[in-house]
Design a protein around this ligand. Structure first.
Ligand SMILES: Cc1cc2nc3c(=O)[nH]c(=O)nc-3n(C[C@H](O)[C@H](O)[C@H](O)COP(=O)(O)OP(=O)(O)OC[C@H]3O[C@@H](n4cnc5c(N)ncnc54)[C@H](O)[C@@H]3O)c2cc1C
Length: 209
């Protein structure tokens, strides 16, 4: 959906955001928003107070998920690219008739950058046979047991389902807050081997088509 606000010099700014709530969450929606110190829309969100109204337009997007449309999803996300992945993950796991397996690789720069970690980890605990997550950090803390560096071909081979007609792999990195080579790395690797929802652009991330 699009959110409208005013930047620090009072100019109108409209930016897209992906709710982490589902169609069945009636009467409200939730957004997970990463704040940038110099960001124009970030300024608007930072200035908002409880009880304020926010102008929004939507929903919009080209991706329509059908339960069991594939046997397995490989999801590769960086930074705020997690929000649409999280939404689809919830839609799958909260539907007992949907048997799709999900393999998520989620890359960030630091541990503190990981969004929705508690929620993601809870889903991995509740649905151990249907959902697993592999975190990758570019600047990991000491003792980190996940992936280190940029997402590599080996990580994808180890943590995503192998290519098949009933497997879909999606990549949603977001250049402003993910390792800069993530976009190229994942797309170059994937285009050769998988059907990818090509969804990255220079401005930010898009919804999977
Ligand atoms: C389909 C879609 C869905 C999205 N969903 C989400 C979501 O769910 N959650 C989310 O958090 N984001 C999401 N985004 C990204 C979001 O739309 C914005 O791009 C993001 O919030 C940054 O907007 P901004 O106006 O605050 O920052 P911008 O003003 O666009 O700034 C972006 C970057 O540039 C830097 N910058 C800006 N001005 C300067 C300056 N003068 N000097 C130096 N650096 C500067 C900022 O610090 C920041 O790093 C989505 C994007 C798309 C395309």
């Amino acid at each position: 959906m699009s959110c409208r606000g005013k930047d620090s010099v009072g100019e109108e700014v409209v930016k897209p955001y992906t709710p982490t709530t589902l169609d069945c969450d009636i009467g409200y929606f939730e957004l997970v928003i990463k704040m940038y110190p110099q960001g124009r829309m970030s300024h608007h969100f930072r200035e908002m107070r409880e009880g304020d109204y926010l102008a929004v337009k939507g929903p919009k997007g080209r991706f329509k998920y059908q339960p069991n449309q594939v046997r397995a999803f490989g999801m590769i996300a960086g930074g705020t690219g997690i929000t649409p992945m999280f939404q689809v993950t919830r839609a799958i796991l909260e539907n007992p008739d949907d048997k799709t397996n999900i393999h998520l690789i989620y890359a960030n720069v630091t541990y503190e950058d990981i969004l929705l970690k508690e929620e993601i980890d809870n889903l991995a605990i509740i649905f151990p046979n249907q959902f697993n997550v592999y975190y990758v950090l570019n600047q990991p803390p000491e003792g980190w047991e996940g992936g280190i560096g940029f997402i590599s071909k080996e990580m994808i081979q180890s943590h995503c389902p192998p290519p098949a007609t009933d497997v879909q792999v999606s990549s949603l990195p977001l250049p402003p807050c993910s390792p800069s080579s993530l976009t190229l790395t994942t797309n170059n690797l994937l285009i050769a081997d998988f059907e990818v929802w090509t969804s990255t652009n220079e401005q930010g991330h898009g919804s999977p088509p």
